[in-house]
Design a protein around this ligand. Structure first.
Ligand code: SAH
Length: 305
């Protein structure tokens, strides 16, 4: 039976030199530290709610959160007020996260419906790219959706498409109802209980046509149906911004990751750690600095400028 093309997440430990790919927090502690400082600052300007939820979505090996809590622990009252929540579906990664964060009281959830009803500060690095997408195209006068069948990927005719765009022959469009639903729910939570979210991922601000589905195995691009490959797609930030704005949130960005890290003082920190060359990997335009984008959402607090 044919199935929709979806990005999925492999059930092992895919990170680092031995794994399939390497993410920013695994490259340098500076990344997680800056996320921690962002969270502490957002919490401070929200009036230092106590208690509050600090949540990371798709925390991988727990490295980002470990570095974030170490850095933000210097902010008075922050650690004491935290309810730490990790959204993770992979049991293998949960075990690794548990070991990395054993110093802290941590709660794991599998859906955002289970987040405690408190102000929420959320971090999601390379999480949205792992959620499912659909691919659509208009071909020879018909809408088609890309599917997976017994003989690989193919285009199946459809009566109409969920796209609001006028059809243009041959162009491929990607949409992700799962990403949108996720952002809508997070925005609703923040609009109601207060807080902020930071989302970092590779992607663009659409509309933009193109096939960005990619499969990586052992640090190499492979065919999307290669068994065990990690399948992801670039994130279109535009619909995510709109849904947050529709809920009355302030949206900042998306801006290039390199700009964000530099504005947050990454260069100074790299000097202290002797990590200037390492930092280049995160900020250089031909590495992760431009393709990766940073977007924040927050509820404007009364009296805030
Ligand atoms: N943020 C980490 C890991 C990114 S990989 C880092 O930067 O290193 C994607 C992460 O999202 C993994 O932890 C994966 O298990 C998790 N994940 C993928 N799909 C998920 C889903 N639907 N719900 C919860 N977690 C998910």
């Amino acid at each position: 039976m044919a199935e929709r093309v979806t990005a999925y997440y492999a059930a092992g430990d895919p990170f680092g030199a031995e794994g399939d790919f390497i993410t920013a927090p695994e490259i340098s502690q500076i990344f997680g530290e800056i996320m921690g400082l962002w969270a502490a600052e957002a919490w401070f300007y929200a009036g230092q709610p106590d208690p509050f939820v600090l949540m990371e979505c798709g925390p991988g090996r727990g490295t980002l959160m470990c570095d974030a809590l170490r850095a933000a622990g210097h902010i008075s009252g922050f650690l004491e007020a935290i309810r730490l929540v990790l959204l993770e579906t992979s049991p293998v990664l949960r075990d690794i996260q548990e070991r990395a964060l054993r110093k802290y009281d941590t709660v794991w959830v599998e859906t955002i419906q289970d987040i405690p009803h408190l102000p929420l500060f959320m971090i999601a690095n390379e999480f949205l790219d792992a959620l499912p997408i659909q691919q659509w195209r208009f071909y020879e006068g018909l809408w088609q959706e890309r599917m997976v069948g017994e003989n690989g990927l193919f285009w199946e005719n459809a009566k109409n498409s969920p796209l609001a765009l006028p059809p243009k022959e041959g162009q491929i469009w990607e949409i992700s109802p799962e990403r949108l639903a996720f952002m809508t729910n997070i925005s609703a939570h923040i609009a109601h209980y207060g807080g902020s979210a930071i989302v970092i991922d590779y992607g663009y601000r659409g509309p933009l046509a193109g096939d960005t589905l990619q499969a990586i195995k052992g640090h190499k691009f492979v065919h999307p149906l290669t068994p065990g490959a990690d399948l992801t797609a670039h994130v279109d930030f535009a619909p995510l911004m709109t849904t947050a704005q529709d809920q009355g949130l302030d949206v900042f960005g998306p801006i290039p990751q390199g700009d964000f890290l530099l504005q947050m003082g990454a260069e100074m920190r790299a000097k202290i750690l002797g990590q200037q060359a390492v930092l280049e990997r995160l900020i250089a335009p031909n590495q992760m600095g431009t393709l990766f984008k940073v977007m924040t959402l927050s509820r404007a607090e009364k009296g805030q400028q």
